[in-house]
Design a binder for this molecule. Structure first.
Ligand SMILES: Cc1cc2nc3c(=O)[nH]c(=O)nc-3n(C[C@H](O)[C@H](O)[C@H](O)COP(=O)(O)OP(=O)(O)OC[C@H]3O[C@@H](n4cnc5c(N)ncnc54)[C@H](O)[C@@H]3O)c2cc1C
Ligand code: FES
Length: 267
């Protein structure tokens, strides 16, 4: 395997797990040692390439959770265990884990936004004593869209985990389940000390905007919140300019940004 971050390398799919009708989680055999929140460029020869967040990792593998939306992801969804794909990376800036030590951390994730924060949660699940507390808010369109059900179940044994769905159906929501937008959970959250609280908000643009607004209303300052931005990308390396907003390259300077900066990029 190449250590050159510019060069795609071939890697085997060790396992593939269905999450929903359109999302699959892949374990890929490779040693990338990423920072939680970084992404890779995933490609298939003759098809194309796309940026995908690393949803978790071990010393010998990375986990990717991929939603089938178009050409590349459709072709990726047809791959099975023992097939190969191509990767380059890891790229971008991840979450500043050291800034969360000793704090109460609120993680609010909408839909596939749970993927880039999953390894942050795993990091603190392995070291719960390093946080003052962890609250996880996860929002999905419907119970059929819930990702990482076993993990949500397991995290809820140690942390305050609240799952909410926009609309109900016959499929159950992990307890304590809510119906409504994630923003509706924030006014009632226990936030013992806003100054000692930090937050991560990842999801669709509107969800991030209104969730951050609710957190600011609860007394957090902009620089106590981090977000991860998804822009259309091509090179992933700060060369092509596809992801540029002003002088900022989302692929290079992000995708994780402090909200004090991100607000100026997205508003
Ligand atoms: C930093 C980063 C991390 C990402 N992480 C993940 C991840 O963990 N899992 C995952 O499933 N997807 C992730 N994405 C989105 C993923 O890159 C796109 O879904 C993928 O590029 C679509 O490629 P395609 O050829 O299958 O679809 P296309 O045929 O290119 O597009 C299909 C549809 O998806 C829309 N689309 C494509 N790219 C984006 C984008 N970046 N943002 C919003 N809409 C888009 C298009 O407008 C179109 O409507 C991430 C994107 C970025 C920038
Ligand atoms: S994707 Fe090319 S500069 Fe960011």
């Amino acid at each position: 395997m190449s250590n050159n971050p510019y060069l795609p390398f071939r890697a085997p799919i060790l396992s593939k797990t269905r999450q929903t009708a359109v999302d699959w989680t892949y374990h890929i055999g490779c040693s990338l040692n990423p920072v939680p929140g970084q992404f890779v460029e995933v490609s298939l020869p003759g098809v194309g390439e796309c940026p995908i967040s690393i949803s978790d990792f071990t010393p010998d593998s990375v986990e990717l959770t991929i939603r089938r939306v178009g050409k590349v992801t459709e072709n990726l969804s047809r791959l099975e265990e023992a097939d190969y794909l191509y990767l380059r990376g890891p790229y971008g800036q991840g979450f500043p884990l050291e800034q969360f030590a000793g704090r109460h951390l609120i993680i609010a994730a909408g839909g596939t936004g749970l993927a880039p924060v999953k390894s942050v949660i795993r990091h603190f699940a392995e070291r719960p004593e390093t946080l003052a507390g962890l609250t996880i808010l996860a929002g999905f369109k419907s119970p059929e869209d819930i990702l990482f059900r076993p993990e949500l179940e397991s995290w809820s044994r140690s942390f305050d985990v609240q799952v909410t769905v926009d609309q109900v159906c016959d499929v159950p929501v992990p307890s304590p389940g809510h119906v409504g937008l994630i923003t509706a959970l924030i006014p009632d959250l226990a936030i013992p000390s806003p100054t000692n609280t930090r937050a991560i908000v990842v999801g669709p643009p509107a969800m991030m905007k209104f969730t951050c607004a609710e957190l600011l209303r609860r007394g957090l300052k902009e620089d106590q919140i981090w977000v991860s931005l998804e822009r259309r990308m091509s090179c992933g390396l700060g060369k092509c300019g596809h992801c540029r907003v002003g002088s900022t390259h989302v692929c290079l300077d992000g995708p994780v940004f402090n909200y004090a900066k991100a607000r100026k990029l997205v508003d």
